[in-house]
Design a protein around this ligand. Structure first.
Ligand code: ADP
Ligand code: ZN
Length: 765
C-alpha cells in the first residue's frame, strides 16, 4: 500500500518535530469514492479499535482543511508496519457501519477490478454496493413472530378458535418468522387472532429491521425436474465434476436455441444447494421476465430476483437476506454478480454474449469477466451459456481455456426453423413494394395468422432508419449537440435526439433548400406499427421498444397479452429477440437486417449473426413448426448466410481471422480512451498529448497499435466534443501498463476536459 500523493496535500516538507515516528497502535488504510484516488492512512485511537474493520466505512479528515469525508477501510495494519513516514497521521473521526458492508472476498474482487479496468479502488467499491444498502434504505423496525417448539409440539392438543388455530398452523409451517400482518393476510383475517395468540404467550416475538415495502414473495406452483436427454446429461456431468472437485473451471455451454440450457443450469444448481452453497444466475436485463423467474421459483424455494426496477429498499432487503445465507439462488442482471452470497457454489451467465453485461459507466466492467474472477476466488465453476457465444469465449474455448460443451439439437427433436432471405433489391424494383413489409413477408404473415399462429417482427432501430431526409438536396436533420440524425416521432409530430433527448417540432420543409416535400424517411417501430395495423386490422398488434416499455411491469403485461392470444403480432426492437418461449409463434420476420450489418463497429457482423439467430430461436418451439424471413439488401453476406444455416462454427471460424488481421478482439486486446470536452480545440489538443504519452509509454520492441485520436463516431454528445484513441495488442497486460504510465505522466487534463479508460470496450460509438 502506498501513501502516494498524500504528501501533496501539504505544501511544504514538515518540520522535524512534525515527523511521525510513532511505532505504537494501529492504522486504517482508507480509499475515497471521489476525489483523490490514492490510499490514505489514519491512526485508530485505541478505544475505537474494536469498532474498525476492513469493509466498513469510516469518517476521516481529508486535505489541509481537514474536512471530514467518508471512505472505505481497506486494511487495518500496525503502525510499525508502515515504517517511518514524513507526516503526522491523523485520527479517524468515526465508524459509520456496525458491520462491514463489503466482505473480504468482495474487497479482493474490487481490487482485481480496479487493476484490470484501470479504475480507482474507491469508486469501484462504491459500484459494488447498491445505493440502497449504503443508505440502509427503507428499513423499519418490525416485530417478527415464531412458534416456540414447546407450543409446536402440542399443536394438536391445544384448544383454540378456528382463526387462531389457522394462524398458529400457518406460523408453524412457515420456514421463516412472519409479521402479524403477513399471517393475517395468509389466512384471510384481521390481525386479531394473531394478537390473541401473542397475548396467550403462544408465539415468540423478536424485533428486526425489514424493508418498508414488502417485496413480492408470492408462492409459485412447484415443478419437477425433467428427464435430461443425452447431451444435457453430458453437460450436467461436466459441471458436476467440477463442483465435486471444488475446482474453478469456466465451462462454455454452446447450445442452440431451445436446446434446454436452462434445465441444465437448474440441475447443476440443485447440486450446489445440496452442498449448502448458493448460486448466482446472471441474465440480460431484458430476459428478466416473469417467465424466466417463475422457472427458477418453481424449482427452488428461496430465490431472490434483482432487477433495475427495484426500489432501494427492496434491493437492501434482498441484499441482507442474501448476505445472511437465506437465499439459494440469486437471479439478476449484470450487477447481481456482486450479490453477497456467503458461500458461492456456482455462477451461471446466460446469454453470455449479450452486451448488456458490460457496464457503460466507470468502472466499465464486464460481468462475465468479474464472474470469472469471483468463481476463481470461490473455487467454483462458471457456466457461460449461449446459442451464439461471443467470439471472445469461443476463441478461448478453442485455445483450451474454456471447457466447451455442446447441445447441438433442440429438445424433443424439434427442428430448428427454416430461415430464408428476401432480397430487398428485387422487391424494391417491383411495383408491389410499398413500405416496410415485402410481398413474400406479407403472404407468410397471412398464412401464419390464418393457421392460428403468432407473428414476431423485428426491427432494429439502431440503423438510423427513422431519419428525416430531404429528397431534393439530401439534407438530414441532425441534433445540434450530438451530431446524430434526429428520429421522427409520430406522437406530437416531433423530432427527437436519442442520445440527449433534444426535441423539436418536425420541420415542414427542408431547412437547407426550402423544398417542401421533406420526407420522414426510413422506418422506425412506430411507422412499422402503423403499417401493420393498416394491413392486418383484424390481428391485434403490439409494439415493444424502449419508448413503450418504460413503466415497471410493462414487459410483463405485454408478454402476457401475447401469450394469451389477445395480441397476435408482436413487433419491436431487439428487446423481443431474446429468451422468450412461446410455443405458437410460427413466423418471425426481420424487417431489415442491414441496419445492424452496416453499423460503424467491428462487431457489426457478429451482432447481426446473433440477432438473427436469437430472433429465429423464438419460433418453432411447439408442434406447429416455424419459419423465419429475413429482409435484406445483402443476402450474400457471410453473417446472414451462416445465420440461415444455423451454423455458428462456420461463422466464427470465418470471422476470427478477419478480426486477427486488424488486431481486434478476440485475437487481440483493446483499450479505448475517450476524451471529451466543451472546447473542440482544447479537447483535441489534450487528446493528441495523451496519444503521444501513450505511444512513448510502450517499450520500442512491443507490438502495440495506437490509433487516433480520431473523432468518435458520435462526435458530439450532450454538447461535448468526443475523441477517442484505440489501443490494441496481443497482450493486455502490456496495454494496461502503457495506459498507467501515460496516466501518471500526463497529470490533470485542462479544466472541462475529461477522459475515461474503457478496457475491453464493447461500445465503439
Ligand atoms: P434454452 O435455454 O436452451 O433456449 P430452454 O431451457 O428454455 O432452452 O428449453 C426449451 C424448452 O424445452 C423449455 O420449455 C423446457 O421446459 C423444455 N425442456 C428442456 N429440457 C427438456 C427435456 N430434457 N425434456 C423435455 N423438455 C425439455
Ligand atoms: Zn442530442
Amino acid at each position: 500500500m502506498s501513501s502516494g500523493n498524500q504528501r501533496q496535500l501539504f505544501e511544504t516538507d514538515p518540520a522535524p518535530w512534525e515527523m511521525d515516528e510513532a511505532q505504537e497502535g494501529h492504522v486504517a488504510a482508507v480509499v475515497f469514492t471521489e476525489g483523490p484516488t490514492d490510499i490514505f492512512h489514519y491512526s485508530i485511537p485505541d478505544d475505537q479499535l474494536d469498532k474498525v474493520a476492513v469493509g466498513k466505512r469510516l469518517r476521516v479528515p481529508l486535505g489541509r482543511g481537514g474536512r471530514v469525508n467518508t471512505g472505505y477501510c481497506v486494511a487495518v495494519e500496525t503502525r510499525a508496519s508502515l515504517g517511518r513516514i514524513k507526516y503526522k497521521l491523523r485520527d479517524i473521526r468515526g465508524v459509520l457501519d456496525a458491520a462491514p458492508i463489503v466482505s473480504s472476498e468482495m474487497l479482493r474482487l474490487a481490487e482485481w477490478m480496479a487493476e484490470y479496468y484501470l479504475s480507482p479502488l474507491g469508486p469501484t467499491l462504491e459500484s459494488i454496493v447498491p445505493a440502497g444498502v449504503r443508505g440502509q434504505a427503507g428499513t423499519r423496525q418490525v416485530t417478527l413472530l415464531t412458534v416456540p417448539n414447546r407450543v409446536a409440539a402440542r399443536l394438536t392438543q391445544l384448544k383454540l378458535p378456528p382463526k387462531q388455530r389457522a394462524a398458529l398452523e400457518h406460523l408453524v409451517a412457515s420456514a421463516e418468522p412472519l409479521t402479524a400482518q403477513q399471517v393475517a393476510k395468509a389466512i384471510g383475517s384481521t390481525t386479531a387472532p394473531v394478537n390473541a395468540l401473542r397475548e396467550k404467550g403462544l408465539v415468540d416475538e423478536q424485533l428486526a429491521r425489514v424493508a418498508t415495502g414488502d417485496p413480492d414473495e408470492s408462492s409459485v406452483a412447484r415443478t419437477e425436474a425433467l428427464p435430461l436427454n443425452d447431451a444435457q446429461q453430458a453437460a450436467l456431468t461436466t459441471i458436476v465434476e467440477s463442483l465435486e472437485a471444488q475446482r474453478h473451471e469456466a465451462i462454455l455451454l454452446h447450445g442452440v436455441t431451445g436446446s434446454g440450457k436452462t434445465e441444465v443450469y437448474m440441475r447443476a444448481i440443485e447440486e450446489v444447494i445440496q452442498y449448502g452453497r448458493q448460486a448466482i444466475v446472471l441474465v440480460p436485463e431484458i430476459s428478466l421476465t416473469p417467465q424466466t423467474c417463475e422457472r427458477f421459483r418453481s424449482r427452488f424455494q428461496r430465490v431472490a430476483v434483482l432487477h433495475s426496477h427495484q426500489s432501494d429498499s427492496e434491493r437492501h432487503w434482498y441484499w441482507r437476506r442474501i448476505a445472511a445465507g437465506q437465499v439459494q439462488v440469486v437471479i439478476g442482471a449484470r450487477s447481481a454478480v456482486f450479490a453477497p452470497t456467503p458461500q458461492l457454489g456456482i455462477i451461471v451467465v446466460d446469454e453470455e454474449h449479450d452486451s448488456s453485461f458490460k457496464q457503460d459507466m466507470p468502472p466499465r466492467y464486464h460481468a462475465r469477466e468479474v464472474a470469472l474472477y469471483r468463481t476463481h476466488l470461490a473455487n467454483a465453476p462458471l457456466v457461460l451459456g449461449s446459442a451464439t457465444p461471443s467470439l471472445e469465449s469461443y476463441f478461448l474455448a478453442k485455445k483450451g481455456r474454456r471447457r466447451l460443451v455442446e447441445l447441438p439439437d433442440r429438445v424433443l427433436n424439434l427442428p430448428l426453423p427454416d430461415v430464408t432471405a428476401i432480397d430487398l433489391r428485387t422487391e424494391f424494383r417491383s411495383e408491389y413494394y410499398r413500405g416496410a413489409i415485402s410481398r413474400p413477408l406479407e403472404q407468410a404473415m397471412r398464412l401464419a395468422l390464418g393457421e392460428q399462429g403468432k407473428v414476431i417482427l423485428l426491427l432494429n432501430r439502431r440503423g438510423f432508419s427513422t431519419h428525416i431526409q430531404c429528397p431534393a438536396c439530401g439534407h438530414v436533420a441532425k441534433c445540434p449537440d450530438c451530431d446524430i440524425a434526429l428520429t421522427h416521432h409520430r406522437e406530437g409530430d416531433c423530432a427527437v435526439c436519442h442520445y440527449c433527448e433534444h426535441e423539436r417540432p418536425a420541420p415542414a420543409s427542408c431547412p437547407e433548400c426550402r423544398f417542401d416535400g421533406i420526407r420522414y424517411g426510413g422506418l422506425g417501430t412506430q411507422k412499422l406499427e402503423a403499417e401493420v395495423r393498416g394491413r392486418f386490422p383484424e390481428a391485434n398488434c403490439l409494439r415493444m421498444d424502449s419508448d413503450t416499455m418504460q413503466k415497471a411491469g410493462s414487459h410483463e403485461a405485454a408478454f402476457a397479452r401475447f401469450r394469451n392470444g389477445d395480441v397476435k403480432i408482436l413487433l419491436g426492437t431487439q428487446m423481443i429477440a431474446k429468451g422468450l418461449d412461446f410455443p405458437d409463434v410460427t413466423l418471425v420476420g426481420v424487417i431489415n437486417a442491414d441496419t445492424s450489418l452496416h453499423f460503424p463497429d467491428f462487431r457489426a457482423a457478429e451482432r447481426t449473426f446473433q440477432l438473427v439467430t436469437q430472433v429465429a430461436g423464438r419460433t418453432g418451439r411447439g408442434t406447429k413448426g416455424g419459419r423465419v424471413l429475413v429482409q435484406t439488401f445483402s443476402p450474400e453476406h457471410a453473417a446472414l448466410q451462416a445465420a440461415m444455416q444455423h451454423d455458428y462454427v462456420t461463422f466464427a471460424e470465418g470471422e476470427i481471422p478477419i478480426r486477427g488481421q486488424f488486431g481486434y478482439p478476440p485475437t487481440g486486446s483493446m483499450v479505448r480512451l475517450i476524451i471529451r470536452g466543451e472546447s473542440e480545440r482544447l479537447t483535441l489538443q489534450f487528446a493528441q498529448r495523451l496519444a503521444e504519452e501513450v505511444r512513448s509509454g510502450f517499450p520500442a520492441n512491443c507490438a502495440v497499435r495506437v490509433l487516433g485520436p480520431a473523432p468518435a463516431p458520435i462526435a458530439r454528445l450532450r454538447g461535448k466534443h468526443r475523441f477517442h484513441i484505440l489501443l490494441s495488442a496481443l497482450d493486455r497486460r502490456v496495454l494496461r501498463s502503457g495506459v498507467k504510465a501515460a496516466r501518471e505522466a500526463i497529470g490533470q487534463p485542462p479544466d472541462d476536459v475529461q477522459w475515461v479508460v474503457d478496457v475491453d470496450p464493447l461500445d465503439m460509438l
